[in-house]
Design a protein around this ligand. Structure first.
Ligand SMILES: Cc1ncc(COP(=O)(O)O)c(C=O)c1O
Length: 338
Protein backbone atom coordinates (compact mmCIF):
# COMPACT_ATOMS: atom_id res chain seq x y z
CA UNK A 1 0.00 0.00 0.00
CA UNK A 2 1.24 3.55 -0.70
CA UNK A 3 2.29 5.49 2.43
CA UNK A 4 -0.13 7.98 3.95
CA UNK A 5 1.97 11.13 4.35
CA UNK A 6 0.37 12.22 7.64
CA UNK A 7 1.34 11.77 11.30
CA UNK A 8 -0.53 8.81 12.78
CA UNK A 9 -0.70 7.33 16.26
CA UNK A 10 -1.20 3.63 16.70
CA UNK A 11 -4.16 3.35 19.02
CA UNK A 12 -4.19 -0.40 18.88
CA UNK A 13 -6.27 -3.34 17.81
CA UNK A 14 -5.38 -3.08 14.10
CA UNK A 15 -5.61 -4.79 11.70
CA UNK A 16 -9.06 -6.06 12.57
CA UNK A 17 -10.17 -9.47 11.32
CA UNK A 18 -12.01 -10.04 8.06
CA UNK A 19 -14.29 -12.99 8.79
CA UNK A 20 -16.77 -14.96 6.67
CA UNK A 21 -20.46 -15.08 7.58
CA UNK A 22 -21.30 -18.49 6.09
CA UNK A 23 -24.55 -19.14 7.95
CA UNK A 24 -25.97 -15.74 7.16
CA UNK A 25 -24.93 -16.03 3.49
CA UNK A 26 -26.59 -19.43 3.28
CA UNK A 27 -29.77 -18.37 5.06
CA UNK A 28 -30.15 -15.47 2.61
CA UNK A 29 -29.20 -17.56 -0.45
CA UNK A 30 -26.16 -15.38 -1.26
CA UNK A 31 -24.31 -13.08 -1.91
CA UNK A 32 -21.08 -14.09 -0.13
CA UNK A 33 -21.07 -12.13 3.11
CA UNK A 34 -18.03 -11.17 5.16
CA UNK A 35 -17.63 -8.94 8.17
CA UNK A 36 -14.77 -6.55 8.87
CA UNK A 37 -14.51 -6.57 12.66
CA UNK A 38 -13.90 -2.90 13.42
CA UNK A 39 -16.02 -3.48 16.51
CA UNK A 40 -12.88 -5.12 17.92
CA UNK A 41 -10.56 -2.12 17.74
CA UNK A 42 -9.13 -0.67 20.93
CA UNK A 43 -10.72 2.20 22.92
CA UNK A 44 -13.90 0.25 23.56
CA UNK A 45 -14.15 -0.81 19.93
CA UNK A 46 -15.67 0.78 16.86
CA UNK A 47 -15.02 2.94 13.83
CA UNK A 48 -14.06 6.10 15.71
CA UNK A 49 -10.64 4.72 16.60
CA UNK A 50 -9.23 4.95 13.08
CA UNK A 51 -10.05 8.68 12.57
CA UNK A 52 -8.65 9.36 16.04
CA UNK A 53 -5.28 7.92 15.02
CA UNK A 54 -4.82 10.90 12.70
CA UNK A 55 -6.73 13.54 14.67
CA UNK A 56 -4.94 12.79 17.92
CA UNK A 57 -1.55 12.80 16.21
CA UNK A 58 -2.42 16.30 14.99
CA UNK A 59 -3.57 17.33 18.49
CA UNK A 60 -0.29 16.18 20.03
CA UNK A 61 1.68 17.91 17.28
CA UNK A 62 -0.14 21.12 18.28
CA UNK A 63 0.71 20.43 21.95
CA UNK A 64 -2.95 20.37 22.95
CA UNK A 65 -3.81 19.77 26.58
CA UNK A 66 -7.56 19.31 26.07
CA UNK A 67 -9.52 17.32 23.52
CA UNK A 68 -12.97 18.75 22.80
CA UNK A 69 -15.64 17.15 20.70
CA UNK A 70 -19.38 17.16 20.04
CA UNK A 71 -22.23 14.71 19.54
CA UNK A 72 -25.99 14.55 19.37
CA UNK A 73 -26.63 12.07 22.17
CA UNK A 74 -25.28 10.82 25.49
CA UNK A 75 -24.74 7.35 24.04
CA UNK A 76 -22.32 8.59 21.37
CA UNK A 77 -19.49 6.15 20.70
CA UNK A 78 -17.47 9.00 19.25
CA UNK A 79 -17.51 10.81 22.60
CA UNK A 80 -16.50 7.71 24.54
CA UNK A 81 -13.68 6.76 22.14
CA UNK A 82 -12.39 10.36 22.17
CA UNK A 83 -12.47 10.45 25.97
CA UNK A 84 -10.54 7.17 26.17
CA UNK A 85 -7.99 8.34 23.61
CA UNK A 86 -7.56 11.64 25.49
CA UNK A 87 -6.88 9.83 28.74
CA UNK A 88 -4.41 7.47 27.11
CA UNK A 89 -2.27 10.42 26.03
CA UNK A 90 -2.73 12.53 29.17
CA UNK A 91 -5.20 15.04 27.68
CA UNK A 92 -8.38 16.29 29.35
CA UNK A 93 -11.58 15.21 27.54
CA UNK A 94 -14.33 17.83 27.18
CA UNK A 95 -17.50 16.36 25.68
CA UNK A 96 -20.36 18.51 24.42
CA UNK A 97 -23.71 16.80 23.92
CA UNK A 98 -26.49 18.56 22.00
CA UNK A 99 -29.13 16.80 24.03
CA UNK A 100 -30.67 16.94 27.48
CA UNK A 101 -28.95 15.17 30.29
CA UNK A 102 -30.49 11.72 30.65
CA UNK A 103 -32.25 11.52 33.97
CA UNK A 104 -31.93 7.76 34.47
CA UNK A 105 -28.84 6.14 35.94
CA UNK A 106 -25.80 6.37 33.68
CA UNK A 107 -25.69 3.45 31.26
CA UNK A 108 -23.64 2.30 28.27
CA UNK A 109 -21.28 4.93 26.90
CA UNK A 110 -22.53 7.53 29.33
CA UNK A 111 -21.40 5.30 32.18
CA UNK A 112 -17.98 4.86 30.55
CA UNK A 113 -17.60 8.64 30.25
CA UNK A 114 -18.41 8.93 33.94
CA UNK A 115 -15.78 6.35 34.85
CA UNK A 116 -13.27 8.16 32.61
CA UNK A 117 -13.96 11.39 34.49
CA UNK A 118 -14.68 13.26 31.25
CA UNK A 119 -16.31 16.66 31.60
CA UNK A 120 -19.66 16.42 29.80
CA UNK A 121 -21.86 19.41 28.97
CA UNK A 122 -25.45 18.75 27.97
CA UNK A 123 -26.75 21.50 25.68
CA UNK A 124 -30.13 20.21 24.54
CA UNK A 125 -31.42 23.79 24.37
CA UNK A 126 -29.11 24.42 21.40
CA UNK A 127 -30.87 21.88 19.21
CA UNK A 128 -29.25 19.06 17.30
CA UNK A 129 -25.63 19.25 16.14
CA UNK A 130 -25.04 20.22 12.58
CA UNK A 131 -22.44 17.93 11.02
CA UNK A 132 -21.65 20.73 8.56
CA UNK A 133 -20.05 22.64 11.41
CA UNK A 134 -16.43 22.93 10.49
CA UNK A 135 -13.64 23.04 13.03
CA UNK A 136 -13.61 26.83 12.71
CA UNK A 137 -17.35 27.04 13.43
CA UNK A 138 -16.96 24.62 16.33
CA UNK A 139 -14.17 26.77 17.79
CA UNK A 140 -16.38 29.88 17.48
CA UNK A 141 -19.22 28.01 19.17
CA UNK A 142 -16.90 27.03 21.99
CA UNK A 143 -15.76 30.60 22.45
CA UNK A 144 -19.42 31.62 22.81
CA UNK A 145 -20.13 28.79 25.21
CA UNK A 146 -17.08 29.67 27.27
CA UNK A 147 -18.83 32.87 28.32
CA UNK A 148 -21.35 30.64 30.11
CA UNK A 149 -19.09 27.71 30.97
CA UNK A 150 -15.68 28.97 32.11
CA UNK A 151 -12.71 26.87 31.07
CA UNK A 152 -14.31 25.54 27.93
CA UNK A 153 -12.33 27.59 25.45
CA UNK A 154 -8.62 28.00 25.81
CA UNK A 155 -5.45 28.13 23.77
CA UNK A 156 -4.60 24.44 23.88
CA UNK A 157 -7.98 22.93 23.13
CA UNK A 158 -7.94 20.67 20.11
CA UNK A 159 -11.40 20.61 18.59
CA UNK A 160 -12.70 17.58 16.74
CA UNK A 161 -15.88 18.23 14.71
CA UNK A 162 -18.99 16.09 15.15
CA UNK A 163 -18.08 12.47 14.43
CA UNK A 164 -14.56 13.43 13.30
CA UNK A 165 -16.01 14.79 10.02
CA UNK A 166 -12.75 16.18 8.66
CA UNK A 167 -10.21 15.04 6.05
CA UNK A 168 -7.85 13.94 8.84
CA UNK A 169 -10.67 11.84 10.27
CA UNK A 170 -11.52 10.36 6.88
CA UNK A 171 -7.88 9.29 6.50
CA UNK A 172 -8.64 6.63 9.10
CA UNK A 173 -10.84 4.85 6.58
CA UNK A 174 -8.46 5.46 3.70
CA UNK A 175 -6.03 3.40 5.77
CA UNK A 176 -8.80 0.88 6.50
CA UNK A 177 -9.51 0.48 2.77
CA UNK A 178 -5.83 -0.35 2.26
CA UNK A 179 -5.90 -2.79 5.18
CA UNK A 180 -8.98 -4.46 3.74
CA UNK A 181 -7.47 -4.64 0.25
CA UNK A 182 -4.40 -6.44 1.67
CA UNK A 183 -6.56 -8.89 3.60
CA UNK A 184 -8.76 -9.52 0.58
CA UNK A 185 -5.68 -10.57 -1.42
CA UNK A 186 -4.35 -12.77 1.39
CA UNK A 187 -7.73 -14.41 2.04
CA UNK A 188 -8.85 -14.67 -1.57
CA UNK A 189 -11.89 -12.42 -1.08
CA UNK A 190 -13.25 -10.31 -3.94
CA UNK A 191 -14.04 -6.80 -2.77
CA UNK A 192 -17.17 -6.02 -4.77
CA UNK A 193 -19.04 -4.06 -2.09
CA UNK A 194 -18.34 -2.70 1.37
CA UNK A 195 -21.40 -1.65 3.34
CA UNK A 196 -21.27 0.76 6.28
CA UNK A 197 -23.69 2.71 8.45
CA UNK A 198 -23.48 6.47 7.86
CA UNK A 199 -23.98 8.98 10.67
CA UNK A 200 -21.84 11.92 9.65
CA UNK A 201 -20.49 10.02 6.64
CA UNK A 202 -16.83 10.28 7.69
CA UNK A 203 -16.34 6.53 7.49
CA UNK A 204 -18.07 6.20 4.11
CA UNK A 205 -16.10 9.16 2.72
CA UNK A 206 -12.82 7.64 3.87
CA UNK A 207 -13.67 4.31 2.26
CA UNK A 208 -14.68 5.94 -1.03
CA UNK A 209 -11.47 7.98 -1.05
CA UNK A 210 -9.44 4.94 -0.04
CA UNK A 211 -10.68 2.67 -2.82
CA UNK A 212 -10.21 5.43 -5.38
CA UNK A 213 -6.71 6.10 -4.04
CA UNK A 214 -5.90 2.40 -4.38
CA UNK A 215 -7.43 2.26 -7.86
CA UNK A 216 -9.95 -0.40 -6.84
CA UNK A 217 -13.49 -0.57 -8.28
CA UNK A 218 -15.02 -1.56 -4.90
CA UNK A 219 -18.38 0.12 -4.39
CA UNK A 220 -19.22 1.59 -0.99
CA UNK A 221 -22.80 1.22 0.22
CA UNK A 222 -23.75 3.74 2.90
CA UNK A 223 -26.88 3.28 4.97
CA UNK A 224 -28.08 6.49 6.56
CA UNK A 225 -28.92 5.93 10.23
CA UNK A 226 -30.26 9.29 11.28
CA UNK A 227 -30.94 11.88 8.57
CA UNK A 228 -28.44 14.04 10.44
CA UNK A 229 -27.44 15.73 7.25
CA UNK A 230 -29.78 16.99 4.52
CA UNK A 231 -26.83 17.16 2.12
CA UNK A 232 -26.25 13.39 2.04
CA UNK A 233 -24.83 11.85 -0.11
CA UNK A 234 -23.10 14.84 -1.73
CA UNK A 235 -21.36 15.72 1.54
CA UNK A 236 -19.81 12.24 1.59
CA UNK A 237 -18.47 12.61 -1.95
CA UNK A 238 -17.19 16.10 -1.16
CA UNK A 239 -15.30 14.91 1.92
CA UNK A 240 -13.87 12.04 -0.16
CA UNK A 241 -12.67 14.58 -2.74
CA UNK A 242 -11.14 16.88 -0.12
CA UNK A 243 -9.38 13.93 1.45
CA UNK A 244 -7.99 12.79 -1.90
CA UNK A 245 -6.82 16.34 -2.60
CA UNK A 246 -4.90 16.26 0.71
CA UNK A 247 -3.34 13.03 -0.54
CA UNK A 248 -2.18 14.80 -3.69
CA UNK A 249 -4.89 13.30 -5.90
CA UNK A 250 -7.20 16.18 -6.83
CA UNK A 251 -10.22 15.47 -8.98
CA UNK A 252 -13.79 14.35 -8.89
CA UNK A 253 -15.02 11.19 -7.26
CA UNK A 254 -17.53 9.43 -9.44
CA UNK A 255 -20.99 9.26 -7.80
CA UNK A 256 -20.94 5.62 -8.95
CA UNK A 257 -18.39 4.85 -6.24
CA UNK A 258 -21.08 5.29 -3.59
CA UNK A 259 -24.54 3.75 -3.28
CA UNK A 260 -26.43 5.71 -0.67
CA UNK A 261 -29.65 4.53 0.98
CA UNK A 262 -31.69 6.92 3.09
CA UNK A 263 -34.78 4.79 3.62
CA UNK A 264 -33.69 2.65 6.59
CA UNK A 265 -33.54 5.46 9.16
CA UNK A 266 -37.05 4.92 10.56
CA UNK A 267 -38.32 7.67 12.89
CA UNK A 268 -34.87 9.18 13.46
CA UNK A 269 -31.37 9.06 14.85
CA UNK A 270 -30.90 6.72 17.82
CA UNK A 271 -34.51 5.53 17.56
CA UNK A 272 -34.45 1.79 16.85
CA UNK A 273 -36.47 0.35 13.96
CA UNK A 274 -38.32 -2.97 13.97
CA UNK A 275 -36.22 -4.03 10.96
CA UNK A 276 -33.03 -3.16 12.86
CA UNK A 277 -34.09 -4.88 16.08
CA UNK A 278 -34.97 -8.01 14.09
CA UNK A 279 -31.57 -7.85 12.40
CA UNK A 280 -29.82 -7.66 15.80
CA UNK A 281 -31.53 -10.81 17.02
CA UNK A 282 -31.27 -12.70 13.76
CA UNK A 283 -27.55 -12.03 13.27
CA UNK A 284 -26.83 -12.82 16.93
CA UNK A 285 -28.68 -16.12 16.63
CA UNK A 286 -27.28 -17.03 13.20
CA UNK A 287 -23.63 -16.01 13.58
CA UNK A 288 -23.07 -15.08 17.24
CA UNK A 289 -22.30 -11.54 16.07
CA UNK A 290 -23.59 -8.69 18.22
CA UNK A 291 -24.95 -5.50 16.63
CA UNK A 292 -26.48 -2.46 18.36
CA UNK A 293 -29.67 -0.44 17.78
CA UNK A 294 -28.33 2.91 16.53
CA UNK A 295 -25.96 2.16 13.64
CA UNK A 296 -25.06 -1.41 12.75
CA UNK A 297 -28.61 -2.76 13.14
CA UNK A 298 -29.94 -0.28 10.60
CA UNK A 299 -27.08 -1.05 8.21
CA UNK A 300 -27.63 -4.80 8.57
CA UNK A 301 -31.42 -4.40 8.25
CA UNK A 302 -30.77 -2.42 5.07
CA UNK A 303 -28.35 -5.03 3.73
CA UNK A 304 -30.83 -7.85 4.32
CA UNK A 305 -33.54 -5.83 2.60
CA UNK A 306 -31.30 -5.07 -0.40
CA UNK A 307 -30.40 -8.77 -0.67
CA UNK A 308 -34.05 -9.77 -0.55
CA UNK A 309 -34.82 -7.16 -3.21
CA UNK A 310 -32.33 -8.95 -5.49
CA UNK A 311 -29.73 -6.14 -5.62
CA UNK A 312 -26.79 -8.58 -5.56
CA UNK A 313 -25.93 -11.74 -7.46
CA UNK A 314 -25.08 -14.96 -5.61
CA UNK A 315 -21.44 -14.59 -6.72
CA UNK A 316 -21.04 -11.04 -5.42
CA UNK A 317 -19.03 -10.49 -2.26
CA UNK A 318 -20.29 -7.97 0.28
CA UNK A 319 -18.18 -6.95 3.28
CA UNK A 320 -20.21 -5.63 6.18
CA UNK A 321 -18.18 -3.08 8.11
CA UNK A 322 -18.99 -3.71 11.75
CA UNK A 323 -18.48 -0.23 13.16
CA UNK A 324 -18.91 -1.30 16.79
CA UNK A 325 -20.92 0.63 19.35
CA UNK A 326 -21.79 -2.31 21.58
CA UNK A 327 -21.85 -0.24 24.82
CA UNK A 328 -24.96 1.54 23.49
CA UNK A 329 -26.83 -1.79 23.33
CA UNK A 330 -26.79 -1.91 27.12
CA UNK A 331 -28.75 1.34 27.24
CA UNK A 332 -31.56 -0.13 25.10
CA UNK A 333 -32.60 -3.05 27.30
CA UNK A 334 -36.24 -1.91 27.22
CA UNK A 335 -36.44 -2.95 23.56
CA UNK A 336 -35.62 -6.60 24.19
CA UNK A 337 -38.03 -8.93 25.92
CA UNK A 338 -37.80 -12.61 26.72
C1 LIG B 1 -21.02 2.38 15.98
C2 LIG B 1 -21.00 3.47 14.95
N1 LIG B 1 -21.24 3.14 13.68
C3 LIG B 1 -21.28 4.07 12.71
C4 LIG B 1 -21.10 5.40 12.99
C5 LIG B 1 -21.20 6.40 11.88
O1 LIG B 1 -19.96 6.78 11.45
P1 LIG B 1 -19.79 8.12 10.60
O2 LIG B 1 -20.13 9.27 11.51
O3 LIG B 1 -18.37 8.08 10.22
O4 LIG B 1 -20.73 8.06 9.48
C6 LIG B 1 -20.83 5.80 14.30
C7 LIG B 1 -20.67 7.22 14.61
O5 LIG B 1 -20.67 7.66 15.70
C8 LIG B 1 -20.79 4.81 15.32
O6 LIG B 1 -20.55 5.14 16.58
Amino acid sequence: MPDLPFPRLRLGGLPTDLQPLPRLSQALGGPRLWVKRDDLTDLGGGNKVRPLEFLLADALRQRATHLVTFAGGAQSNHLRATAMAARRFGLEPLLIVFDDSPTARAQGNQLLNLVLGARVLYLGWLGKPDPRRTIEQSIRLMALLAAVYPGLAGPRRYVIPVGGFHPLGALGYVAAAAELADQAVQQGVRLDYVITPAGTGTTAAGLVAGFQWLGLPTKVIAIDVGRLWHDFPRSILRLAETTLRRLGRPGRVSPEALAFHGDYVGPGYAIPTVQGLNAIQWVARTEGLMLEPVYTSKAMGGLIDLIQAGRFSREDTVVFLHTGGLPALYAYNDYFRR
